[in-house]
Design a binder for this molecule. Structure first.
Ligand SMILES: Nc1nc2c(ncn2[C@@H]2O[C@H](COP(=O)(O)OP(=O)(O)OP(=O)(O)O)[C@@H](O)[C@H]2O)c(=O)[nH]1
Length: 333
């Protein structure tokens, strides 16, 4: 039987890895699952974190799965299918990857007989989606427009942002199911198969004008790219497609430092106040005086939690980053 592919996309820090962890626990417990991680950077922090949950993880690093790399991606995907014969494949593109690129690669004739895309799920952060749309629209819009399910994150922390975020998503994608509930109250089946759950739970379509979800009227969601060119069966010529590497910088640091939590907090605060360039995301696994920790940073949000995976790496994504400054701030080698 053909493997089922679920693509979990979303801008930087939206909650893709968190969602994958939920799906692994709640939906795919007894299935043979392979994860494909495409972190934008030399090392994949997400892959390290997810490996510690015991699933097969394949990392594809150094650049996004864009037109120019899709040949390699298709080859890697085909090898995985032949080698592991999985029931399910979850693909987590980089936060600055395009969902349309993944869909295109999965519709390659080498893949089609072996695997079928069953879900195109995009996670959208209610607090930051307007800012991402305004500043990085080419990537953010692509992720929203090509999704069949958009799952809003941080709805509990920012309840006042939920309506405007839902409206923004609905304007970009009139057909997707929008799920706006607290994640703890969302059964995995509702995310994976919203058509079966539709109107049973009632809540996912309460935004927009009446019911405008993709499940009514058998609407065909055409593949549009930001340039306005038409894709034919998901294929484009690649000429108009900007890669993330043209726009975003990444800095990866390896450090032997053993930090206290307070020290890490202070270094991040110093980085926020003084670092040159725009830091959009930082994440890593570091040694601390209390064992290994997972550091997750987004502007205005820092979480440092105990990590089952061990590591000594910190990765930054942003614009006009100053590598030397970051290396010296975090005691990099
Ligand atoms: N409060 C809250 N925090 C969240 C939610 N979703 C994700 N987070 C936090 O946001 C941070 C980033 O989450 P990830 O799941 O790593 O996000 P991601 O989309 O995989 O990130 P990248 O792959 O680096 O772009 C973590 O600290 C999460 O705990 C949410 O719905 N509410």
């Amino acid at each position: 039987m053909a493997a089922e592919i679920y693509v979990i996309s979303g801008f930087l820090g939206a909650g893709k890895t968190t969602l994958i962890q939920k799906l692994l626990k709640e939906a795919f417990r007894n299935e043979k699952v392979v994860l494909i991680e495409n972190d934008f950077g030399e090392i994949s922090v997400d892959a390290a974190l997810l490996k510690s949950s015991g699933v097969e993880v394949k990392e594809i690093n150094a650049g996004c799965i864009c037109c120019s790399l899709s040949g390699d991606f298709v080859k890697a995907l085909k090898e995985l299918l032949d080698r592991f014969r999985p029931d399910k494949i979850m693909i987590e593109p980089s936060g600055v990857g395009k969902l349309s690129d993944i869909i295109k690669a999965c519709s390659d004739p080498r893949i089609k007989p072996l695997a079928t895309v069953k879900g195109k799920i995009t996670v959208a952060d209610v607090k930051r989606c307007q800012m991402y749309l305004d500043n990085f629209g080419e990537f953010f819009e692509d992720q929203i427009k090509h999704a069949d399910v958009v799952l809003l994150s941080r709805t509990e922390r920012f309840p006042d942002k939920v309506d405007s975020a839902s409206k923004l998503v609905r304007e970009l994608n009139p057909h997707a199911a929008i799920i706006a509930k607290a994640w703890s109250r969302i059964p995995a089946a509702e995310i994976l198969h919203p058509e079966q759950e539709h109107h049973g739970q009632g809540e996912h379509s309460r935004y927009g004008q009446g019911c405008s979800c993709r499940h009514h009227g058998a609407q065909v969601h055409e593949e549009h790219c930001p340039s306005g060119h038409h894709h034919h069966e998901g294929h484009c010529d690649g000429k108009h497609n900007h890669g993330a590497e043209d726009i975003f910088d990444t800095v990866t640091i390896r450090t032997k430092g053993i930090f206290s939590i307070e020290d890490l907090q202070a270094r991040i605060a110093k980085m926020e106040q003084g670092a040159k360039g725009t830091i959009l995301r930082a994440k890593g696994i570091l040694r601390s005086t209390r064992g290994c920790v997972n550091l997750q940073y987004l502007p205005g949000e820092l979480k440092i939690t105990k990590s089952a995976a061990s590591g000594d790496m910190l990765c930054f994504i942003g614009r006009n980053l100053n590598q030397q400054e970051l290396v010296s701030l975090f005691g990099g080698e």
